[in-house]
Design a protein around this ligand. Structure first.
Ligand SMILES: [Zn+2]
Length: 304
């Protein structure tokens, strides 16, 4: 069945997992925030997007901040850590940051201590995706996961170090430099298998190095794809539904078309970072459009 309109209020976090490529992937939560609906929807007409993601009076729409925990053997990998807690009241207000749940709490509820996390993988280095990599201890910024190798696309690391004028608002350089100073940063380029069954693909479009992360792509059985900001919510699963934030719209359309088609053809499980209601969903083609199917057991799924 198709998914309905996004919930106007943050749903309560519940532990849910899927399996793909030998990995158990659990949806965590680092709360919610709100961004301008027009910016999240680019050239999509307001009457269309307002029916899918209902805006508040200030035209902002609710968005999830949803890291994932991927476990296989001894590996405990956090995919996309979340927005974190280093936000002054002014910015908490501007972005309506709602810490209804936190990365630390939801990880703990999954029985994982920060020291046990072996890897952190970031799709790109925008502040709402990697802010939680750092915590403040006695006035200093330190890595939240002191024993984890932190992977991020090289193009993103370079942009975060020295963002140009157009990108300044999207990066905070300390998010990567502190990790680097602690010797924990391991950037990647192109397409690479970081761990058995866990691949990254640098695509660009939304940002210079935004990447997809897949599980089980080259193996039999289920494949899962972390859509990052390439497809930020289930409602954005049509190639032309491109955010105004995307720096290269032509590239964005091209990579979204290609990967949505592949995911639909091969029946992949999608992992969604910003979708309010759906951590997991599949897409399929219906004529010229894509339809989204909730995963059984997830909210919005058919009861049968
Ligand atoms: Zn982004």
């Amino acid at each position: 069945m198709s998914v309905g309109p996004a919930s106007p209020e943050p749903p309560v976090w519940e532990r849910r997992s899927v399996e793909a490529g030998g990995w158990r992937i659990t949806a965590l939560s680092d709360g919610f925030f709100r961004l301008d609906g027009g910016s999240m929807w680019g050239v999509v007409p307001a009457n269309l997007w307002r029916s899918m993601t209902p805006p508040a009076e200030d035209n902002t729409i609710l968005l999830a901040l949803r890291p994932f925990l991927a476990e296989r053997g001894d590996e405990k990998v956090v995919i996309e850590v979340g927005i974190g807690d280093r936000w002054e009241p002014k910015w908490r207000d501007i972005y309506h940051i709602l810490p209804t749940a936190t990365l630390a709490d939801t990880l703990r509820k999954c029985g994982v201590d920060p020291e046990e996390v072996t890897r952190v993988v970031a799709s790109h280095c925008h502040w709402d995706h990697i802010g939680a990599q750092l915590v403040e201890r006695e006035g200093a910024l330190v890595p939240r996961f002191p024993n984890a190798v932190h992977h991020a696309p090289l193009a993103e690391v370079e942009m975060a170090r020295r963002p140009d004028h157009a990108r300044k608002g999207s990066y905070r350089s300390e998010d990567v430099t502190v990790i680097e100073e602690h010797g924990l940063l391991q950037p990647f380029e192109g397409s690479a298998e970081l761990l058995a069954g866990l691949r990254v693909h640098v695509l660009g479009g939304h940002s210079d190095g935004v990447s997809l992360i897949t599980f089980g792509e080259e193996e039999d059985g289920e494949t899962a794809v972390f859509w990052a900001d390439v497809v930020p919510t289930t409602h954005h699963a049509q190639p032309p539904y491109i955010m105004a934030y995307d720096i290269d719209v032509v590239r964005s359309f091209e990579v979204r078309s290609r990967w949505l088609e592949r995911a639909a053809e091969e029946g992949w499980i999608g992992l969604f970072y910003h979708d309010v209601d759906h951590a997991f969903a599949r897409i399929h083609r219906d004529g010229r459009r894509y339809e989204v199917d909730a995963i059984p057991g997830e909210p919005g799924a058919a009861a049968d």
